[in-house]
Design a protein around this ligand. Sequence first.
Ligand code: HEM
Length: 457
Amino acid sequence: MNTRISEKTSVISWQSGPSTAPLPPLAAGLPVLGNVIELADDVLRFLTKQYYKLGPIFRIRALNETYTVIAGRDANLFFAREGSKHFRSKEFWQGMDDELGAEVSLISSDGELHTRLRLLQKRGFGKAVIETQLPTVAELATKAVTQWPVGESRPVLSFIQDLVTEQLGAIIIGQGPGEYVADIRTFIRTALLVRVTRQRPGFLLYTPAYRRAKARSLELGRKIVEKHRRNPPIDRPTNLVDDALAAVAQGDLIKDTDLISLALGPYIAGLDTASNTIAFLLYALYKHPEVRKLVQAEAEALFADGIPTPEQLNRADVLHRTVLETLRRYPIAPAVQRTVTQPFEFAGYRVDAGQRIFIGTTVAHFLPNLHPDPYRFDIDRYLPPRNEHRTPGAFAPFSLGAHTCLGAGLAEIQIMLTVAALIHAGQFEIDPPDYQLKIRAVPNPAPNNNFRIRRVG
Ligand code: HEM
C-alpha cells in the first residue's frame, strides 16, 4: 500500500514491504564514537538538527551500532497509523523486565499480548482514579509545602519526584514509596540508563549501592502485593494490583512473578515523567512572570472554596494551556525506540527488518510550520483558531500509536492540581534569581539539580 499525506507539510510517501531504495543518509559523526556524545548530551536538539540537514529519515551511529531515525510530522503519522505493523517494543524495554524479574510487561509487549495487558491496566491508570481522589493529591502537595521551612532553598526536581511518587502510589495502589523513595530513585534511574537507553556501562548493576536499592525496591513491591492479597477489595475500590491479582488467578495472561513489576509500575511511570514536567513548568513560570500571574490567579480561584472538583479543574484553562505548552516546549520523552519487524520505504529510503529505530516523536514540536516561533514559550498556541496541538502529528508528548501513554489523562490532572496546590500553599522564588536552565539529559530530560527554589512565604 502506498500512502500519501498532504496536510500542511510536505508530501511524504511510505510503502510497506521490502524495497530496493537506497539506505537513508548517514549523519556526520566522530570516528568510532559516531554520534554518542550528541545523543547523550541532548537527543532532541541532535535529532532536530539532523532533520533540518538530512530530512525526515536518516541514520545515526553510536559506537558500533547504527540506528535509523524517522522524525517530523509525517513520521508521527506513519508511526501512529502503521507502527504496530512495522515495529516491536520488546528489545528496547526487555532489560527493565529482567531487572524487575518479570516475564512480561505492558511496555515491552506487542500485538495481542500487549492489547490484553493494556486492557487489564486501563482501569488502574484511568483518569477516574485521580478524579475521585483529588483531595489526596492536593493534600500531599500542601503538606509538602507546610513541611518546607520559610527561607529554605531546595533543588526542585528531587522535591517534586518525592511528591509525585507519593501521590501516584497513594491513589493508584494505596501507598506511596515512603522511606523507600531513595531506593526506587536509584534503582529505576540506573536500570533505565544501563538496561534500556544503554547510556551507562553495565558494571553499575554490580555496585553495592545499586544492588541494595534494587533489593529494597523489590522488597517494597513484594510488600504491596502481599498487602493486597491479605486485604481484598471488599470495602475499598478495586485498584491496579487487585486487577493484576485477579488476572494471575485466571492464569493465562500474567504470572505471580510479573506482579512486583506491576505493583512498582506507578512509581516507575511517574518518577521521570510527571515530575520532570512539573519541574519544567515551575521553571517556565519563574521565567515568564506574565504567565505566572495568570496561573497564580487561577490557582487561587480553584482553591477559593477548598479542594477543587474535577469540573473546576476541567475549566482551568490557563493552567491547562500552560501544561500543554510545557509538554511541547520541554518534552520529557523526546523520542521512542523500537525494532523494525517488517521492512518499509519512507520518503524514498528503505528501512530493513531487524534495524533499531528512533521515532523522533517530538521533533515536530520544533517545526515552525506547525508551531510558529517554536522555541518561544507561548500558551496562546492552544487557543482557537491556532489550536496547534490539534493538527494530527504536530503534538506528541505522550507518544503515539499502540503504546501511547496510558496515564496521560491522569498525568495532566496530577500536574495541574499539584502546581496549583504548591503555589497556593506557599510563595517561592527562583534561586539564584538569574538561574539559566541547564537540562540534565538522562534518563529523561529535566532541569538539573542547580534549579532550586526558595520558600519565601
Ligand atoms: C508528563 C507525564 C508523562 C509523559 C510525558 C509520559 C510519556 C509516555 C510515553 C512517551 C510513553 C510511551 C513509551 C514508549 O512507547 O516507548 C508512555 C507510556 C506509558 N505511560 Fe506515560 N508519561 C507520563 C506520565 C505517566 C503517568 C503519571 C503514568 C501512570 C501513573 C504513566 C503511565 C504509562 C504507562 C502505563 C505506559 C505504557 C503504555 C503501553 O506500553 O501501552 N505515564 N508514557
